[in-house]
Ligand binder design. Structure first.
Ligand code: HEM
Length: 164
């Protein structure tokens, strides 16, 4: 079955690949990524993790714009997020951005479930390519979890990232 969620293990090495450019092309490049990400964030606004995000509409819009730029770049499109990450490796920068929030496994599952809904609404994109994008999200999102049920925190080091 595709688009499954496997549990995070505190401190484990996380293996991931950046998404394939074929996914980016299949959704329709920059325009398509924008439509996907705006749909995702509209769902986030209605989700159980809405409280993590700014409630002010303009601030929320700014997050949508930045988030879309990141996904355009990480999927192999033009380097439109480069200015934000200031030369730091894109994935490392993204882990550190999330350090400012207390993200639990439950929040990660809600985030992924919301993304799954948005991906299921894509029209005419090969499921194999969607699965490729999903695998990146499913694995990478483990590195954003920093708060655990025993009350402890753990901030993933980029050194625990393993490229296959
Ligand atoms: C594959 C996993 C994820 C990716 C690639 C990702 C990507 C991003 C990006 C690109 C941004 C905008 C960064 C910027 O300001 O330039 C962002 C911000 C944020 N993400 Fe994630 N995210 C992921 C998982 C999660 C999860 C699981 C949560 C759980 C709650 C989360 C919560 C947030 C929050 C709260 C912000 C910041 C909002 C603010 O600045 O007020 N993210 N994320």
């Amino acid at each position: 079955m595709s688009m499954e969620i496997t549990p995070v293990e505190k401190g484990e090495a996380v293996h991931f690949h950046n998404p394939a450019i074929e996914f980016y092309n299949a959704v329709g490049g920059e325009e398509g990524m924008r439509a996907l990400m705006y749909n995702f964030y509209d769902k986030i606004y209605e989700s159980d993790i809405a409280h993590f995000f700014p409630q002010d509409e303009e601030e929320f819009e700014a997050i949508k714009v930045k988030n879309t730029k990141f996904f355009i770049q990480i999927c192999g499109g033009p380097k439109v997020y480069e200015g934000e990450s200031k030369g730091v490796d894109l994935n490392e920068y993204m882990i550190r951005i999330h350090d400012d929030f207390s993200i639990t496994e439950k929040s990660r599952i809600e985030w992924l479930g919301t993304m799954r809904e948005a991906l299921q609404e894509l029209k005419g994109v090969d499921q194999g390519l969607i699965d490729n994008f999903w695998d990146y999200l499913e694995n990478f999102s483990k590195l954003t979890v920093n708060s655990f049920s025993d009350g402890s925190t753990y901030y993933a080091a980029y050194t625990q990232v393993k490229e296959d």
